[in-house]
Ligand binder design. Structure first.
Ligand SMILES: [Zn+2]
Length: 323
């Protein structure tokens, strides 16, 4: 009996050893086997071809010295903000470069400006529309709105796509910037600096802008002289507007109403003259700074924008940016 048990035990040990050898060999073979290349069949290839290429946004400036916008765009589309400021202050809306004595008609220019952004809802759509029509705009950025990776990307995209960047302060807080409706210069300067720091962090350390848009408009507040002096001393400009679509005024308007509001805003500046054939000719102002908003809840501004752009294109305007 004992011998039989010993034989059984031997057999058992041999089986265990054999099973182990087989397992180890199998594992080794599995490891050595090179990964099978992932073949792409034709259906997959076709699907891949259909997927639109992810738009690569060029990494902005970082090391580029830029004032207000990408240098190429500033050169092509930019217009001196200090001159525009002077023109608005003196109600001079004649076309840029007009010289009647030499019969030079000049360029009719519209500056589309968007305040209070970026917003993750409306800014991307506005950028898409501007790109579709190949026109540039000026974004008056609220530093406190650049508060997430997504909004930082949008600020970078605005810059990378050739638009101008203006400083609309950090807080937009009237009681801080203009307590009792009077300018507090130190608070205002501190707020501008905070947004400038955001620009330098997001766009690049060599970025700066000369353009300031005062929350509520410079025209709305008292004792603004010290700010005007500060901006002039620093070769900067405060740009209000000459027309608006009314997207932040009164009752909420739909896209059509925004367009009508804008046309009414422009009406007082239309000049009438008589041409060589004795016909009455109406001429729109040669310079328009248009205020709109790209912040949250401004979906109707997005819807109105194509008509706004087409209106100015139809009237022979060029789209300029403030730098
Ligand atoms: Zn604002």
């Amino acid at each position: 009996m004992a011998k039989k048990r010993r034989t059984l035990l031997k057999k058992f040990i041999w089986i265990v050893v054999l099973v182990n050898v087989v397992c180890v060999t199998a594992v080794c073979l599995q490891r050595k086997k090179p990964a099978k290349p992932q073949g792409i069949n034709t259906t997959q290839k076709a699907a891949a071809a259909k997927v639109p290429k992810v738009q690569k946004i060029p990494e902005p400036g970082i090391d580029i010295e830029a004032v207000g916008a990408l240098p190429d765009s500033a050169k092509k589309n930019g217009y001196d903000a200090v001159e525009v400021w002077e023109r608005l202050r003196s109600d001079n809306y004649s076309p840029l470069g007009r010289d009647e004595s030499r019969n030079i008609p000049g360029t009719k220019a519209v500056f589309l400006t968007f305040d209070d952004g970026p917003s993750t809802t409306n800014t991307p759509q506005i950028l898409d529309i501007l790109k579709k029509y190949d026109v540039k705009a000026t974004f008056c950025i609220l530093g406190s709105q650049v508060n997430s990776e997504r909004t930082k990307e949008l600020l970078k995209r605005e810059f990378a796509e050739g638009h101008a960047i203006a400083n609309h302060t950090y807080s937009h807080e009237y009681s801080y910037l203009y307590p009792r409706r009077n300018l507090n210069l130190e608070n205002f300067k501190a707020d501008l600096k905070k947004t400038d720091a955001v620009f330098k962090e997001v766009i690049g350390p060599k970025f700066s802008t000369r353009v300031v848009r005062c929350p509520g408009g410079m025209m709305s507040w008292k004792n603004m002289e010290p700010l005007k002096e500060y901006l002039k001393a620093n070769n900067m400009a405060s740009i209000d507007w000459s027309a608006l679509t009314g997207d932040a005024e009164g009752k909420r308007k739909n896209a059509q109403e925004l367009l009508e509001y804008m046309k009414k805003e422009l009406a007082p500046y239309i000049t009438k003259s008589v041409d060589a054939n004795g016909n009455e000719v109406e001429e729109l102002p040669g310079l328009v700074v248009l205020l709109m908003h790209d912040t949250y809840a401004k979906e109707e501004t997005v819807k109105a924008l194509p008509s706004v752009i087409e209106y100015f294109k139809d009237h022979g305007f060029e789209f300029k940016i403030l730098v």
